[in-house]
Design a protein around this ligand. Structure first.
Ligand code: SAM
Length: 228
């Protein structure tokens, strides 16, 4: 059985897609998606030897070696252009996910859908998608073991919709804002509390330009979240 987080990620794979799961670790997601007939085939990419071995083992154990190819390599280097319809990158920070996309940009030709699940920093991913012609088409936020996970789904196409209030929607997510569930509210209440603590700490520190701009950045975010 898949975790609620990975199950939600999987729910956005369109039937029959060829997927690549980058940073697959144990390869639970591609095994589940292929076994259940959601994905036609999969590539599980891993850059670290230990997780790469555990992906290989899991695929063998599941008897899916004909449909799932486990490859060792950095980010999108493991795929060829037009080899997959959908790329999944889950369980990493937003900065690492955008870095993998940015460094592998030429591999995105022919890819129709990106499903991205950052543990933190979804804002930087929304910005990257917007800047590179990927249209956000859906979002979900789920709570699991006291942690909050955002799942962003983007299709290739015009990035002009759905942003109306750009700064706010980049931070909070245009789709998540439309349908504020309990996880969304709890996540941002927690973030607010943490930002206020950071501000208190910064107030104790010697004032410098760097601290002032950090404070301003946090206060701006607090304003955006308080408005909601
Ligand atoms: N995707 C799985 C999930 O969501 O449960 C595993 C997440 S695990 C926390 C992150 C994995 O990404 C690790 O196994 C790590 O080795 C791998 N990873 C980190 N940077 C990577 C990169 N540049 N290319 C491929 N894999 C990477």
């Amino acid at each position: 059985k898949l975790s609620k987080r990975l199950e939600t990620v999987t729910s956005f794979i369109q039937s029959g897609m060829r997927i690549a799961d980058i940073g697959s670790d144990h390869a639970y997601l591609p095994c589940y998606a292929v076994k259940n007939g959601i994905a036609k085939s999969a590539i599980a990419g891993e850059v670290v030897e230990g997780p790469y071995q555990s992906a290989l083992q899991q695929v063998r154990k599941s008897e899916l070696t004909k449909k799932i190819d486990v490859r060792k390599g950095d980010g999108l280097a493991v795929i060829s252009p037009s080899e997959v319809d959908c790329i999944i990158i889950a369980g990493m920070g937003g900065a690492l996910i955008t870095d993998i996309l940015e460094r592998g940009k030429e591999k995105l030709d022919g890819v129709k859908r990106l499903i991205l699940q950052p543990n933190i920093g979804a804002e930087s991913i929304r910005k990257w998608l917007y800047d590179h012609g990927w249209q956000l088409v859906d979002e979900k936020i789920v709570e699991e073991d006291g942690k909050f996970y955002e799942i962003l789904v983007a299709d290739i196409g015009s990035p002009s919709i759905p942003y109306k209030d750009f700064k706010k929607e980049l931070l909070l997510g245009p789709f998540l804002l439309k349908n504020k569930n309990e996880a969304f509210i709890k996540k941002w209440q927690l973030e607010l509390k943490q930002w206020k603590n950071i501000l208190k700490e910064l107030d104790k520190a010697e004032d410098s330009n760097k601290i002032t701009s950090k404070k301003e950045e946090i206060m701006n975010k607090i304003d955006i979240v308080m408005e909601e």
